[in-house]
Structures are given as structure tokens and as C-alpha cells.
Design a protein around this ligand. Structure first.
Ligand code: MG
Length: 385
């Protein structure tokens, strides 16, 4: 069995209404997906997280390394990609290109063997995961959080038990929004905040302390991901757990976060940080250091399914009779590629999502949707996420 063909697609969905967070505005979603086909015609799908045009170029670069290798030996394929690009791409988008290929190969391997990815990873410790709603982005109004109340009430009515909101507008405005959100959703829904590294260390300390009365489950990316020691200092100055890692790559990057005691929760994006092969190693590193893992997700339903299988396989340390729920990030912002690209659809029942039991990632691509969203090769030159 050999990997015979690798095809990339850049998919673009123009949004009906743009939204923004502390760093920039989104007016469209643009994602690079990859299809890897084996010599027997079986194929798997993967997705990268990063600028789509650069991801596609990275996959083109990796193609000659991967073609001809055995898809059942996915760690060997991973190591070949890593070793042959190490000298110029230890971090960043090329690792995300590797991740997309690695994920497609896991899907392919599962389909060849007739086993779900969670089984290939070692087994599902749980049959369901608990999605949390990522939303509450800012909109271009005089009050950028004008629509927060209505949006949060919608998530609660849909059955979400945990919601993550954006902060990063400035300390006073953030505190006002967080206070209001806690009042809107009541005491029983978990509330997380994410500033996307909008603050300096001192600002983050002040904001954390002012948010403490509102029962915040975690404060995500309070400061720049470069400042590992400042993260650690912040943890010592607030009772709110600190989360981060969506801008980190490979086990070597996560080792920096863990060695510096920077975070309570690491958030590898499996579609960027090295794929499922590396995510399993990152999880082992976290487990050995008592750090929780809740992956970052952003993109199509391929990435959501990757997270479902990965989270199903995460060990509960130390474990207890009444098992804790394991959280999965479930982006709720407008994105046609998340709901329509794959089938069967993702279904949430009573605030939980089942881990698929079908082979591979448990999905296939709707070719009609793929054609509708795919843009012609070479058209995309802008760097958009
Ligand atoms: Mg985030």
C-alpha cells in the first residue's frame, strides 16, 4: 500500500456579516483542505489551520516526500516530513501543512483498516464529549458587544453548558461585558474569556483580578505567546486558570509552556501544531506534568472530527468513579464550511456530541459543497485565515 495522490483545495465562504476580535476583522472564512489517496483508491481528508495559500504551498513542498510512503506507517511519514524540513521550518505554517497531511493519513489509515481514528489512537475513554460554544465576537457598532446577550441566550437554549466570550477591548469595557454576561447566562453555565493576547502583563493581572468575582473557568491567551515566564507570573497572581497554546507548534514548543509552568490548560490546534501524530505526544507531555489539554479548533467539520477522536482518547488523570466531562471547542461563528462540507452532520444532544464510530474520522466530503466553495488555483494571493 502506497500514498499515490495528494490534492489540495482552497475553500472560501464570504460572510453575511463581518466580525472581529482583539487582533483583526473576519469578512470571510478561507481554509485549505487536502485529500490523500492510496494505491487501492482509498482516500482520507485533512485540514490545516493558517493562511490557506501558504498552507497549500507547504503541502506542495511536502508532496514528493510523502508520495510513495506507506499510509499505515503514519509515524514514519510524519518523521520524514519533519526531518526533511527541520532546517528551515521548525515552527509555523509549514508545520500546519504537515498537520493537514498527517490528519488525512490518519483518516486514510482508519478507512483502510475499517477502524475509527479514536481506536487507532489507542481507544475511546469516553463515548461523548462536551462541546463549548466559541462565539461572542465583536461587531461594528458603537457598542461592539451589542449582540452578546441575544447570542449567549441562543447558546443556552441550544443546550450548551459552557460558553467562551471575547475580551480585549480594554479593561473597563471587558469587565463590564463579563459582568453582564454572567448575569445573562446565570451561575450554572461555565464562562471562559479569550483576549487573543491583547494585553501586557500588568494589564492582564489587573483584568484577571477584576474578573475573579464572575466565576471564570479560564482566561485564554491573556498576553503574548512569546512571554512564557510572564504567563507563569500571572498564574501566581490570579485564581482564574490560565490557558494558551493555540500559537504553539510541536512537542518542543509545548515543552516550553509546560517547563515554564505557563498555563493550567494547553490548547494545541491539531490542524497546526503537528497533526494527530504529534498531538498524542503533546498530550503525553501534558499528562506527565498535570496539565489539562483542551484543543483549539477553528475551521471546517474535518477539524471538529479530528478533535472529537483526539479528546475521546485523552486519559483522565488521576481518574475517579464519577467521570469528568471532557470539553471540545465548538466554534459557532458564521461558517458554511463547518456545517455543510462533510456528512453525516454534527449533532449535539443534551449538550453532548457522540464520538463517531465509523472508520477513519467518520465523515466524507460533500463533493457538491466542495465544488461550490473551492476557488480556482492561483486566485488567492491575500493572506487570510
Ligand atoms: Mg483562542
Amino acid at each position: 500500500m502506497k500514498i499515490e495522490k495528494i490534492e489540495t483545495y482552497i475553500l472560501k465562504d464570504k460572510l453575511s456579516k463581518s466580525f472581529f476580535f482583539s487582533q483583526w476583522e473576519y469578512s470571510e472564512r478561507c481554509i485549505c483542505v487536502v485529500k490523500v489517496t492510496a494505491s487501492d483508491g482509498t482516500y482520507g481528508w485533512g485540514e490545516g489551520y493558517g493562511p490557506a495559500s501558504v498552507l497549500e504551498a507547504g503541502i506542495e513542498l511536502l508532496k514528493p516526500i510523502v508520495i510513495g510512503l506507506n499510509p499505515l506507517e503514519n509515524e514514519v511519514v510524519w518523521n520524514q516530513m519533519y526531518r526533511k524540513t527541520l532546517d528551515f521550518a521548525r515552527r509555523g505554517v509549514l508545520v500546519a501543512s504537515m498537520s493537514a497531511l498527517d490528519i488525512a493519513i490518519w483518516d486514510l489509515k482508519g478507512k483502510i483498516l475499517g477502524l475509527p481514528v479514536s481506536t487507532l489512537l489507542g481507544g475511546a475513554h469516553r463515548e461523548q464529549v462536551k462541546p463549548y460554544a466559541t462565539g461572542l465576537y465583536f461587531t461594528s457598532h458603537e457598542d461592539p458587544s451589542r449582540d452578546f446577550d441575544e447570542e449567549a441566550k441562543l447558546y443556552v437554549s441550544q443546550g450548551f453548558k459552557a460558553i467562551k466570550m471575547k475580551v480585549g477591548l480594554g479593561i473597563a469595557e471587558d469587565v463590564k461585558n463579563v459582568k453582564r454576561m454572567r448575569e445573562v447566562i446565570g451561575p450554572d453555565i461555565d464562562l471562559m474569556v479569550d483576549s487573543n493576547h491583547a494585553y501586557t502583563f500588568r494589564e492582564a493581572v489587573e483584568l484577571s483580578r477584576k474578573m475573579e468575582p464572575y466565576d471564570i473557568k479560564w482566561f485564554e491567551e491573556p498576553i503574548s505567546p512569546e512571554f512564557y515566564e510572564q504567563y507563569s507570573d500571572l498564574r501566581n497572581r490570579t485564581s482564574i486558570p490560565i490557558a494558551g497554546g493555540e500559537c504553539e507548534y510541536l512537542r518542543f514548543g509545548f515543552q516550553q509552556l509546560i517547563k515554564n509552568k505557563s498555563v493550567d490548560i494547553i490548547q494545541p490546534d491539531i490542524c497546526a501544531s503537528g497533526g494527530l501524530t504529534e498531538a498524542k505526544r503533546i498530550a503525553a507531555l501534558a499528562s506527565a506534568n498535570g496539565v489539562d489539554v483542551i484543543p483549539h479548533t477553528w475551521g471546517t467539520s474535518i477539524g471538529i472530527h479530528v478533535a472529537l477522536h483526539f479528546i475521546a482518547n485523552l486519559e483522565s488523570i488521576p481518574g475517579r468513579m464519577k467521570k469528568p466531562d471532557f470539553l471540545m471547542e465548538y466554534d459557532q461563528t458564521e461558517n458554511g464550511l463547518r456545517e455543510k462540507l462533510t456528512y453525516p452532520p454534527i449533532e449535539m444532544k443534551d449538550g453532548m456530541i457522540d464520538v463517531p464510530k465509523r472508520p477513519g474520522l467518520g465523515i466524507d466530503i460533500d463533493e457538491e459543497v466542495l465544488k461550490r466553495y473551492a476557488i480556482p488555483k492561483g486566485e488567492l494571493k491575500k493572506t487570510i485565515l
